[in-house]
Design a protein around this ligand. Sequence first.
Ligand code: GBH
Length: 481
Amino acid sequence: MAFSKNARVEDFPSDFAWGAATAAYQIEGGWDTDARSPSIWDTFCHSKGSVYKDQTGDVACNSYQLWDEDLKCIQKLGLTHYRLSFSWSRLLPDGTTRFVNPKGVAYYNKVIDDLIANTIVPMVTLNHFDLPQVLEDCGGWKSPEIAELFDSYAQFCFKTFGDRVKLWITVNEPYICAKLGYETGLFAPGIKEPGTSVYLVGHNILRAHARAWHSYNAHFRSLQGGKVSIALNSDWAEPLDPCCAEDVAATQRYIDFNLGWFACPIFGTGDYPKSMRSRIEIQNLELGFTEGPRLPKFSDDEPKPFGTADFFALNYYTSRKVKDTSSRPSELSFTGDQGAEAIIDPSWPVSGVSWLAVVPEGLRKLLKYIKDTCNNPAIYVTENGFSQMGPVELEDVDRCRFYQDTRQEVSKAIKDDGVNLKGYFSWSLMDNFEWADGFSVRFGLFHVDFSSAELKRTMYRSGREYAAVIKRHRDCTKPAN
Ligand code: GBH
């Protein structure tokens, strides 16, 4: 019984990827160093009242200078994989390939080379929320031209780093980027245009992603042999009242509006979920909205998203109970279209931030759902983690428990549900700039002392436990000789 919480490492495939993830803006700092131009997050943070205590990522973990310290953290954990993102505006300060910043290229070359020298596999995200501000000034993700610009950036990265990087993520969490950036305005660029821009942005991200995947497929795959996907975040969801047909339908809608929005075009029908099309149509009539279709169509004149992922990249954090609200009158908004209210079950413990109800079994269920609805793809969990708020606890026993429970669920997904799970990346390698929550929320396996100039990294207990798991797994899968 005492060991029931510990997943059997033997249940994980011998080539399982044990990783941790970060994102450029959250860790790098050096926001105006060496020709880097501002991203929308620099602008957002520098405008007062957007982020907790007006904190910024100007310095963050200073990984632009302190990469060696990050590498030590990665080595101490014994990670097999490390997921990082590139800062587009560091590599291409005017957003285009007209000018390449050699210092930016040198920085990422060093990171990648050091990882490979230590037999750590890099997984690179091309854009993790930090769109170059110059491109935002021309319409950003709302502009149709962004797809081509993103494709050029992606091809530049494949060309420059693809001899060594074999796992690519085009865009991180299009759902969050579109909804928080352009619907609620809680994230950069802070635009509040409910019910309209969110779908346009989602659409242009899909177009951009599809172009980049097709470029890789046509021009790089045969030579470089890598894989390209897009990281989709999703809650798991269950009906508030399982006996209520409306709640059951609303739950499916909730998943459709979250995961299906991007997964259906890529892994499913090739189009947006039917429930999205029909709910938006109903709301248009209801609200007398006549200015255009809101949810765009995929054009026949350019690469389509269907089939444009070589694996499924899932970011999972939490779960919700869902209540139908489709007959409630609403304003023009994404949530009104969805016709569903998301509720945190009072029996679920909440970690740090209020949105993060701890539901490890939701991950197992979501993995099974993806297996069943997305044609049994190879899956990486590209993010999953547990936050702390308030006083630092280096002995982070709640986080340890969370990771133990999660590994247990993940091992069941592999062993009992036959999910083709290739790897798991914990969010995050170290405490970092947690977007609108600034430095008040800590997700790290390493603590970062933001009050000291050295930004000292110290392993949490959860980091020690993760290192032990990875080591046990390595020992038990080592070929005998
Ligand atoms: C991921 O987003 C990100 O990829 C990563 O960069 C981030 O650090 C990590 O999660 C932890 O948040 O309830 O209105 O306050 C996960 C998506 C975005 C979900 C923020 C919760 C809070 C919005 N998260 N959101 S709100």
